[in-house]
Design a protein around this ligand. Structure first.
Ligand code: SF4
Length: 482
């Protein structure tokens, strides 16, 4: 491996580690999405031996080891092979973490992922697609993939005619553009067709670029391909191009969507009568010793496998109710997240200084204090991002509130919530990314007291945390300028 074969910003798979401010980073997703508990213990030892000894689970549910050197990559590869892990290759397809075993799922997302992976390979698309192009497949089960962005996303829905896959483009569940719904065979063909359009624009292209270039979205798609034999049973795939279809398509698409889904940090019934228990890693990271203790506690509780889940969590699979209770106790003792309401679950933080050379802020060390300070508002209606620098590794998308270490004051004339003359001020960005325009600056010493004071009044009855945040910030700035 040499530096030329690495790319900043590309998916840092084991075969192509990415350079970061704290050395090389590798991301590991097993081809079948399943880790044997012993394999995870082995990986934790490898992280201690060759990396910085911290294991991370990302917001999309991938395992990361960072702080690696060039010399450490070969031995890490050997360790992964010896542990019997087969990393995912080819197109990045994220399937529901409990796919195939979830008692609540509508369809097995992993089975569809295999079909799509094979069809994309057969169409020779892989060399023509960029490394960031991704597909998300949500089987409609207990752990939604709503927050994971993708070029193409599929969600299992029920219709009178059986199971269909709703296809949407370029975004997360809330922002992606709906296209239509098809049975599995036609959905696979549709995904290949859509990715062929991305590939035709070059390796830097994403689905957004395809959408921008379509005057009438997908009017030119071969109707026999996208409509398929299920066209009479499922919503029209071209609501904009077929008169009279809009209302029925809309009805079918919305009425059949999965309703309330608990998310990973719960106890989940599985199809075989056993249970899966989700445990969250605070800010997505855990030191190897604690990680090993967690996995051994899961093993002792009867877990036969571990799956990683979006939202920086892992799921211990195959438990009895007693085993799940024992694991929960062990996780609590390790300071991990067992409740979906834990305020730490709504904060993303990178390692920051001093672990990362680019860090201007001790982001991960500050994050627990930020969680405590903002706890009265953190109800899951918004996310906070604590970032060591403007690169924003932990949360590339905009967040409601971003606290970012910057080398210099971002601009003159900005309101400072305390002293304005600091070497490394913290910039406060509202509804933006870590490199977005700052609305105010803060000193590291003043950050926690100011956030605590700001959030203390809490929410009004009926108000969400996001609404209260907006109100309290507006009030704070008003008071400063008065
Ligand atoms: S965002 Fe954090 S991890 Fe990424 S380069 Fe900056 S300090 Fe390092």
């Amino acid at each position: 491996m040499n530096a030329l074969s690495r790319r900043r910003g590309a998916c840092p798979a084991l075969s192509a580690p990415m350079e970061t401010g704290d050395g090389l980073l590798v991301r590991l997703v097993p081809a079948d999405g399943i880790f044997a508990p012993r394999a995870l213990v082995g990986l934790a030892h490898a992280a201690q031996a060759f990396g910085n000894g911290i294991l991370e689970v990302t917001a999309r549910g991938s395992l990361q080891i960072r702080g690696l050197t060039d010399e450490g990559i070969g031995p890490l590869n050997d360790a992964v092979t010896a542990l019997g892990l087969v990393p995912r290759e080819g197109l990045a397809i994220d399937a529901s973490p409990l796919a195939g075993i979830d008692a609540m799922e509508i369809a097995d997302a992993r089975a569809l992922a295999r079909e799509i992976g094979a069809a994309v390979a057969a169409a020779s698309l892989l060399p023509r697609l960029g490394p960031k192009v991704s597909v998300v497949i949500d089987g409609g089960g207990a752990c939604p993939l709503d927050a994971s962005k993708a070029d193409v996303r599929l969600l299992a829905v029920r219709s009178e005619a059986g199971v269909a896959w709703r296809v949407a483009l370029a975004g997360d569940a809330a922002g992606a553009r709906p296209l239509g719904a098809w049975r599995a065979r036609e959905a696979v063909a549709a995904v290949v067709d859509l990715l062929t359009r991305v590939a035709a624009l070059g390796r830097a292209a994403r689905m957004d670029d395809v959408l921008r270039g379509e005057a009438t979205p997908f009017a030119s798609v071969d109707p026999t391909l996208l409509a398929g034999p299920a066209a009479s049973s499922f919503p029209d795939p071209h609501p904009q191009t077929r008169e009279g279809a809009d209302a029925s398509a809309e009805r079918a698409l919305s009425a059949s969507a999965p309703k309330t889904r608990p998310g990973p940090l719960h106890l989940h019934p599985l199809a075989d009568g056993t249970l899966a228990r989700g445990i969250g890693l605070p800010f997505g990271a855990l030191e190897a010793g604690s990680f090993i203790a967690l996995i051994e506690a899961a093993e002792a509780a009867g877990a036969r496998e571990i799956r990683l889940a979006p939202g920086r969590a892992l799921l211990a699979v195959g438990l009895t109710r007693n085993g799940a209770a024992r694991l929960e106790q062990a996780a609590t003792a390790l300071g991990l997240l067992t409740e979906a309401t834990d305020p730490r679950g709504f904060i993303a933080a990178c390692p920051g200084a001093p672990a990362c050379a680019s860090g201007r802020l001790a982001a991960r060390a500050l994050a627990p204090q930020v969680a405590r300070a903002l706890a009265p508002l953190l109800d899951g209606s918004f996310e906070v991002h604590v970032s060591g620098c403007a690169k924003g590794c932990a949360h590339p998308a905009p967040a409601a509130l971003t606290l970012v270490g910057r080398e210099t004051a971002p601009a003159t004339g900005l309101p400072s919530l305390d002293s304005p003359t600091l070497d490394f001020p913290i910039a406060l960005v509202r509804e933006g990314k870590a490199d977005g325009a700052a609305q105010a600056t803060l000193s590291p010493a003043a950050l926690v007291p100011i956030l605590t004071r700001l959030a203390a009044p809490g929410r009004h009855p009926g108000e969400t945390g996001a609404q209260a945040l907006s109100r309290l910030f507006a009030q704070a700035f008003l008071e400063r300028s008065a």
